[in-house]
Design a protein around this ligand. Structure first.
Ligand code: URP
Ligand code: ZN
Ligand code: ZN
Length: 462
């Protein structure tokens, strides 16, 4: 066979094994794996490099209005470019239904937005209004076109479904083989804390962490799991930030719950002390759930190594440090009125590789599982996330020795800061491919706007 591309002499890393060999690519797919392969219209010398599945970013807010109406700073062009520079070949951002909107309209809106993407994409559907027509007609239609994950919120007044609404979504998801994702924080606990803090005039960014205590996450994670068990539906807990929450996930999984979970680099790299930086600088670090402490970081790493989490995702929620983003409600806004979220789509994999693999906390196989393979399995991307004949040639070639200092400019997003600024990391993606096309090579974008394709996903396979 004449290959379009042969990746020669690299260390091939999969979620199951690491080996030396060549990869032959033809018509956008992996056509052959062998010790050595001849030919190739292009031969990429991967000596000294690690060749692995391109990352799949399964938690990102791209061209998405938040519940308070703030548009994320990244659209599908800048967001996908940033993802690609961070070693990702595809991503699954959210398509958010706000109250009163039909899911069909929401999907049409996101189809138009996503047409700019340079990498393959799908959407998780956020449901904030589970009206009968949504549950009976619109969600099944979304599912039929390959949108097989629905996300719900237990917090934020305009998104919170309440237990009954969650049960409605969980049971529709179960019926169709979809997976329900949940942002788990107890809304009333947070509101009660907000009221008490406001009454004392404690509204600086650092009080954001105090207003959303560990218990609020732990209670909600536990409740979400029990609700899912009542209707025997699979559940995915997003952005677990607490030791207690991770322990509940571990225990319930061990006892057989149909449960999946992720954590995020910000909960490993940053702490609530970052919210107490001078002036309003702390606003850069406001995200929900909030940053915790060093002891929690150690526990979360332990859970990553032990297999509690399927994925480490970015929760890229980019709001600029200006009046279009963080300070839409003014530069001296109290913390509940500062936009929630931080960017991180480009930093996710370099951070996880450096702090995880290079520092010996996880194996290379675990890195591949956490960055790509598990997301493909959990969310039904059956042609992605693996290096095997027949799979899409979504491949990232990493220099494991490169020394990189993180800067905002190198994130290639539309943001004016990165919370990871100045971190010294080991390892970086040099070449990233999507369906056989090189999209990033040695710091240069090679992709064209709009070359990403929608990925119709399969039902969840427990
Ligand atoms: O603070 C965050 N993570 N903002 C994005 C929306 C969400 O809660 O996932
Ligand atoms: Zn969330
Ligand atoms: Zn999020």
């Amino acid at each position: 066979m004449q290959f379009d591309t042969v990746i020669h002499g690299g260390t091939i890393a999969t979620a199951d094994y690491v080996t030396r060999g060549d990869i032959g690519i033809k018509d956008g797919r992996i056509a052959a794996l062998a010790e050595t392969l001849p030919g190739g219209d292009r031969r990429i010398d991967a000596g000294g490099r690690i060749v692995m599945p391109g990352g799949i970013e399964a938690h990102a807010h791209i061209a998405q209005e938040s519940s308070s109406g703030v548009m994320s700073a990244d659209d599908y062009l800048s967001g996908s470019i940033s993802a690609a520079f961070g070693g990702n070949s595809s991503f699954i951002p959210f398509a958010a239904q706000h109250r009163g909107q039909s899911v069909d309209e929401v999907i049409a809106t996101y189809d138009a937005r996503a047409a700019r993407s340079v990498i393959d994409y799908s959407y998780h559907l956020i449901i904030s209004d589970p009206a009968p027509e949504v549950l009976e007609d619109q969600l099944p239609r979304a599912f039929a076109r390959g949108i097989t994950s629905f996300k719900v919120f237990m917090t934020y007044d305009l998104m919170n479904l309440g237990d009954g609404g969650m049960l409605d979504i969980l049971s529709v998801a179960r019926e169709h083989g979809a997976i329900t994702m949940v942002h788990a924080e107890n809304n009333d606990m947070v509101k009660w804390m907000n009221k008490r803090l406001a009454a004392k005039g404690l509204t600086a960014p650092k009080y954001h962490a105090i207003s959303r205590p560990e218990l609020a996450e732990e209670e909600a994670i536990n409740r979400a799991i029990q609700l899912a068990k009542l209707v025997d539906a699979p559940l995915f807990i997003v952005h677990v930030s607490t030791a207690g929450g991770a322990e509940i996930v571990r225990r319930e999984k061990f006892n057989g719950a149909k449960l999946f979970a992720e954590t995020c680099p910000q909960y490993l790299a940053l702490t609530r002390d970052d919210l107490d930086r001078p002036g309003m600088e702390g606003a850069k670090y406001i995200c929900s759930p909030p940053l915790r402490d060093h002891a929690t970081q150690d526990v979360l790493w332990h859970h990553i190594a032990q297999g509690t989490f399927e994925s480490v995702s970015s929760d890229h929620a980019p709001y600029r440090f200006d009046e279009t983003g963080k300070f839409l409600n003014g530069f001296d806004a109290p913390y509940p009125k500062i936009s929630n979220g931080m960017p991180g789509i480009a930093a996710r994999l370099p951070y996880l590789f450096s702090e995880g693999v290079a520092k010996g906390r996880i194996t290379l196989e675990q890195f591949v599982a956490l960055s790509s393979t598990n997301a493909a399995k959990t969310f039904g991307c059956d042609t992605k996330g693996r290096i095997a004949p027949g799979m899409d040639a979504d491949i990232a070639i990493w220099d494991p020795e490169a020394q990189v200092t993180v800067t905002a400019a190198d994130q290639h997003d539309n943001m004016d800061y990165t919370p990871f600024e100045g971190m010294e990391l080991t390892g970086k993606p040099e070449i990233v491919m999507n369906r056989g096309a090189v999209i990033v090579e040695n710091g240069t974008l090679m992709a064209q706007e709009g070359q990403g394709r929608f990925v119709a996903r399969q039902p969840v396979d427990l």
